[in-house]
Design a protein around this ligand. Structure first.
Ligand SMILES: C[S@@+](CC[C@H](N)C(=O)[O-])C[C@H]1O[C@@H](n2cnc3c(N)ncnc32)[C@H](O)[C@@H]1O
Length: 257
């Protein structure tokens, strides 16, 4: 059967942007509901685990890359009442939805939203204490490029956090998860989502995400240090943290803003 969406590592940059926009602008209205349903509300716990580990020490600013409907940004704002946040995403519809949520929670004065590509962010070097991305990096083929861009915009000593879903290593959980991703998830998606193909793409993108060891190697290649990996919920998701060294080997051009 012809796939609606080709794998992202087989397309050009402009095709990638088009596919990501098509997928996320068609699932927006049901995105939070389906996330909670598919993960049995574990997604809230995963984001909370990330937010608890955030450390603010200089700028008091957090960047939520690929913020989507702003769940991580809101969680960070509630946990750290003194910080300000920028949520950045490629897709206007996701940001619109997130913006309404932020207004309802009276957080508009602390969370600013911006439409931009995470691979080329309109911030000067060292603008944030922490840059995080939740369930977004698997959509980006140039993962090391994205990690470098996140490192560029945090201060020396700043923190980079990644939350991402994986294929678990335990064979029993792997089999159960495989069945879930390939059988149950598409069934639920057909029942609830206006674009069920988007969820087949989601399954593919999880299956194709590198193992925690390979991904932490990518973090090292991006120049990050003190990398820690925290498996969550039987290793279905991992939280990765790393730091920008106080003197990070470049090049990180400073004239981009
Ligand atoms: C699975 S959603 C995750 C949303 C949110 N972080 C969360 O925790 O639910 C992935 C998001 O990544 C965004 N995205 C994908 N590629 C991007 C890029 N290159 N730059 C900015 N955002 C991107 C999509 O538009 C989408 O909103």
């Amino acid at each position: 059967m012809q796939r609606k969406y080709p794998l992202l590592n087989c397309v050009t940059d402009s095709q990638r942007v088009k596919i990501v926009k098509d997928i996320f602008s068609t699932v927006t209205a049901r995105y939070d509901f389906l996330n909670s349903l598919f993960s049995l509300r574990r997604d809230l716990f995963w984001r909370r685990s990330a937010v608890r580990k955030m450390r603010f020490f200089k700028t008091g600013r957090f960047l939520d890359v690929a913020t989507g409907t702003c769940e991580l940004a809101v969680e960070a704002a509630l946990r750290h009442p003194h910080i300000n946040i920028v949520g950045l995403d490629l897709v206007e519809d996701m940001l619109d939805f997130g913006g309404k949520k932020i207004e309802k929670k009276a957080l508009s004065s602390r969370i600013e939203l911006l439409r931009a590509d995470a691979l080329n962010m309109p911030f000067p070097e060292g603008h944030f204490d922490v840059a995080g991305i939740a369930f977004g990096i698997r959509n980006v083929p140039e993962k090391i490029g994205l990690l470098k861009e996140m490192a560029r915009v945090v201060v020396p000593g700043g923190q980079i956090m990644i939350l991402e879903m994986n294929f678990p290593e335990n064979p029993l959980i792997r089999d159960a998860y495989n069945f879930y991703l390939n059988t149950i998830l598409p069934f639920i998606a057909r029942a609830f989502s206006p674009n069920p193909e988007a969820y087949s793409y989601l399954g593919d993108s999880i299956l194709n995400f590198p193992s925690p060891e390979v991904f932490s190697g990518m973090m090292k290649s991006a120049g990050l240090i003190e990398i820690e990996i925290y498996p969550l919920t039987f290793g279905i998701t991992h939280l990765y943290t790393g730091y920008k060294p106080v003197s990070l080997p470049g090049p990180y051009p400073s004239n981009r803003y």
